[in-house]
Design a protein around this ligand. Structure first.
Ligand code: DGJ
Length: 539
């Protein structure tokens, strides 16, 4: 009898563990795209990142209403090593707990940003007992042999101290959150690398730099010899990249052994100014170091892109660089305003992003020049709030369209009055500005169009006119609207609000406040003559 009871308890425990494991948030690669699963369902982070000094209860309490107005589904919030382990081995989780509980109360998910050894290419979030003791916790040295404000990544003492603290953090998250899974992902460090030097020139680092490149780079990147043989002029940067990547990977690995949440590192991009390492954090997962990071940091799910470039071509080319078969695109930091509202669409529609988030959502930046409105959500976030309102319910269909490669984004960039998209069987023309004399300086036109089946489309967006024609040379000459429904999704369920017809289809314009349409078409063969008379899309 005892044995039977014991077996049942064991089975129950195993079942519980398996269920627990299965339901942890997870990034899955499906073909060449990635889907992020939360609660076993596709999830796209429609996020917002807090200012660096805002993840404190007295501050967060003041802006939760504004995050409601933004309509984000996830908050990205820093947690600070200096606050979590103020004295060696003494841990404080008060603020972490508060963050988790308050986000949970509001139905928000959390991406926690571990500000540990590296923050924007410096080490200012390490606790005093680390920063004040460089003999035990050594700094990187610059080429003149001077200590800089960056912890050395070749030091085992630094690595261990950070890892121990991070393990405690993951234990705490598991303890207070495993049942609810408010925390869905963890960023390990923040924009790592070293400012002011291309590499660590400490004696230990020099010794390693004068040796051969590590085996893993030899085997995975098919390189050999010294750092200079393998990487030429980029050798110092590659050296830093390898040691910082393995440092972070080791911390992530130890944390995941405790509680296996997806983890990532984010990048301060090099695509600025003269692009010299040290003027941006050298050794971070920059575009020229992705391969080194991928070879060295297998416990990170992805390398995330922070992007404030307001130029659409630069934005798109960076998305292209970080959206790779071995890397899912996630943009945990981006700018705000109408351009970034459009860019969110490009990231999700054209690069299968698993998440996007503007930086600095709350109005509590400590900067006398920051004149943002503290009473309500600042209007520079209006476009993004509209995006979130429109897309939040439609995450399931968007994620399936991403997976099937049937989603495209368009947006109104400067000097553009229209944009043509070629889908299977159909060409879709978008026009910006209806009526055309309207001032278009706001450039609010943006849409996601997904092909649900041969003749069915899902169209989501704002402020643009749309027209369909069968593909040129397909034998069909015109497209008829069979049924155009406006509605929204609840999970996978489509809820119809109304049918568009008559003038609504004559103008066929997504309104400024946004709409989601399901469009059913029929391809028609007609003679040219008839087409000229009957074509409803000639305006
Ligand atoms: C990028 C960093 O990752 C953030 O923590 C913050 O410092 C922003 N820059 C400020 O613009």
């Amino acid at each position: 009898m005892k044995v039977i009871i014991l077996k049942s308890v064991l089975l129950l425990l195993m079942h519980y563990q398996v269920l627990g494991q299965n339901s942890l948030p997870e990034l899955r690669q499906e073909g060449e795209t990635y889907t992020f699963y939360v609660d076993g369902k596709p999830f796209i982070i429609l996020g917002a990142q807090l200012w660096n000094s805002s993840a404190w209860p007295g501050i967060t309490d003041q802006f939760w209403d504004q995050t409601d107005t933004l309509g984000c589904n996830t908050i990205e919030a820093p947690i600070y090593w200096q606050n979590i382990e103020p004295e060696e081995g003494v841990f404080n989780f008060e603020e972490l707990d508060n963050l988790i509980l308050s986000a949970r109360e509001r139905g928000l998910r959390l991406v926690l940003l571990w500000f540990g050894s590296y923050k924007n290419g410096r080490s200012q979030y390490a606790p005093p007992w680390v920063l004040e003791n460089p003999d035990k916790y050594p700094r990187m040295k610059n080429a003149n042999g001077e200590d800089i404000y960056v912890l050395s990544a070749v030091s085992q003492a630094n690595r261990e101290a950070d890892r121990k603290a991070f393990v405690k953090v993951m234990e705490r998250i598991r303890e207070v959150d495993a049942d609810d899974q408010t925390v869905i992902m963890v960023q390990v460090e923040n924009e790592p690398g070293s400012m002011w030097t291309d590499r660590d020139y400490s004696p230990d680092a020099n010794k390693l730099f004068n040796g051969p490149i590590p085996d893993v780079l030899q085997s995975k990147l098919k390189l050999s010899g010294s750092w200079s043989d393998a990487f030429g002029v980029n050798a110092p940067e590659a050296f830093n990249a390898y040691f910082i990547a393995t440092y972070i990977d080791d911390i992530a690995r130890a944390g995941r052994e405790i509680y296996n949440l997806p983890m990532y590192a984010n990048v301060w991009i090099r695509e600025n100014a003269f692009q010299r390492p040290g003027e941006y954090p050298s050794g971070g997962p920059t575009s020229n170091m992705i391969d080194v990071w991928k070879a060295s940091a297998s416990h990170l799910d992805l390398l995330a892109l922070d992007c404030y470039h307001g130029n659409p071509e630069i934005f798109k080319s960076l998305c292209d660089t970080y959206d790779r078969p071995d890397n899912a695109l996630f943009i945990p930091e981006m700018g705000n305003g109408n351009s970034f509202a459009r860019f969110q669409f490009y990231a999700i529609g054209n690069y299968n992003a698993i998440g996007v988030a503007p930086y600095g959502i709350d109005p509590y930046h400590v900067d006398p020049h920051d004149k943002r409105n503290r009473e309500s959500l600042d209007d520079r976030f209006d476009g993004i709030a509209k995006n979130y309102e429109l897309l939040n319910g439609a995450i399931n269909p968007i994620a399936s369209l991403q997976r099937e490669g049937r989603l495209v984004a368009i947006g109104e960039e400067e000097g553009m009055s229209e944009q043509l998209v070629r889908m299977e069987h159909y060409d879709v023309l978008f026009k910006f500005g209806f009526p055309t004399y309207k001032d278009r300086s706001e450039r609010t036109g943006r849409a996601l169009i997904g092909q649900l089946s041969d003749d069915k489309f899902l169209l989501m967006g704002f402020d643009c006119k749309f027209m369909f024609r069968p593909g040129y040379g397909s034998g069909f000459r015109s497209a008829e609207y069979i049924l155009v429904e406006e509605g929204y999704f609840e999970g996978d369920k489509w809820i119809r609000k109304r049918i568009w017809n008559g003038d609504a289809l004559y103008h066929s314009t997504l309104p400024a406040e946004g709409a989601i349409l399901k469009i059913k078409l029929r391809r028609v063969e007609m003679t040219d003559d008839v087409k000229v008379k009957a074509n409803f899309d000639k305006n």
